[in-house]
Design a protein around this ligand. Structure first.
Ligand code: NAP
Length: 245
């Protein structure tokens, strides 16, 4: 049975992604910074008939939490097939380049960039044991430097993404480097935008969460001939899904 760890899977897109991987027969570790919320998420999944799932306390900004989660999962399995770096925040208002305080940038980068690097480094040895390891870094089209600098881009004048977009652009660059470093291995590592989706993150505006989960698991399940080191947003490019960094 293949296994997956999803950060921030107690709710929102992470929770939906967990459900969809369970439907595909995975064993899923629900990363949750508040274990209570993770346990409640597991209960909900159990009530829907999914039993190959457990919660693990995991705050991506906390070295000790990540270390403990790695130890706990390492006791249960000697291999991890999929890592989905999903946990993310917008950093909090104010959001624009000039109005935002350093604290907003630091908070967003701490979770969205350093958190991804911290968790990936901690779990890479377990992922290396998989025959088909996959990493999906959950990104956003508003983290594309190419799109955001285009006056015709739909979010061009959305100044509220200065903090969040900067952090996701940095995470994108991390993804490029990670894919490069693992280019001669079986790893497939991509950045994927789930699309504007109804969750707490968007005050429940946007598209259906099932579509977001589907977009993410596509790259968690991608075959050996699939892409690596690419950026996908099906919402932006419904034809091939690929978008410029
Ligand atoms: P959400 O409903 O707010 O869920 C965010 C998840 O991340 C929650 O489980 C949250 O945990 C967790 N999290 C935040 N900080 C964390 C930390 N330090 N350690 C561990 N977990 C942490 O948001 P969502 O819409 O599902 O977003 C999921 C991902 O999709 C994010 O990376 C976001 O940037 C991306 N995204 C979302 C949209 C959209 O329209 N919704 C669009 C593009 C990209 P708590 O419950 O403890 O807060």
């Amino acid at each position: 049975m293949k296994s997956a760890l999803i950060t921030g899977a107690n709710k929102g897109i992470g929770f939906e992604t967990a459900k969809q991987l369970l439907q595909k027969g995975f064993y899923v570790y629900i990363g949750s910074r508040d274990l209570k919320n993770g346990l409640e998420a597991v209960q909900k999944l159990n009530a829907e008939g999914f039993n190959t799932v457990e919660a693990v306390q995991l705050d991506v900004t906390d070295d000790n939490s990540v270390k403990n989660a790695r130890e706990a999962i390492g006791k249960k399995t000697d291999r991890l097939d999929v890592l989905i770096n999903n946990a993310g925040i917008n950093g909090g208002a104010p959001y624009t380049a000039l109005d935002a305080e350093t604290e907003q940038f630091m908070a967003a980068f701490n979770t969205n960039v350093f958190g991804v690097a911290r968790v990936t480094k901690a779990f890479i040895a377990l992922l290396r044991k998989s025959a088909e390891p996959r990493i999906v870094n959950v990104s956003t089209s508003v983290g594309s430097l190419y799109l955001q600098s285009n006056p015709n881009w739909l979010a061009y004048d959305f100044g509220k993404y200065a903090v969040y977009g900067s952090s996701k652009a940095a995470m994108n660059m991390y993804t490029v480097h990670l894919a490069y470093e693992l280019r001669d291995t079986a790893f497939k590592i991509n950045a994927v935008c789930p699309g504007y989706t109804k969750t707490d993150f968007t005050n429940h505006n946007g598209g259906e969460i099932e579509a977001a989960g589907k977009r993410i698991i596509k790259y968690a399940l991608i075959g050996q001939n699939g892409p690596t080191g690419k950026f996908f947003s099906e919402e932006t490019n419904p034809e091939t899904g690929e978008i410029p960094w």
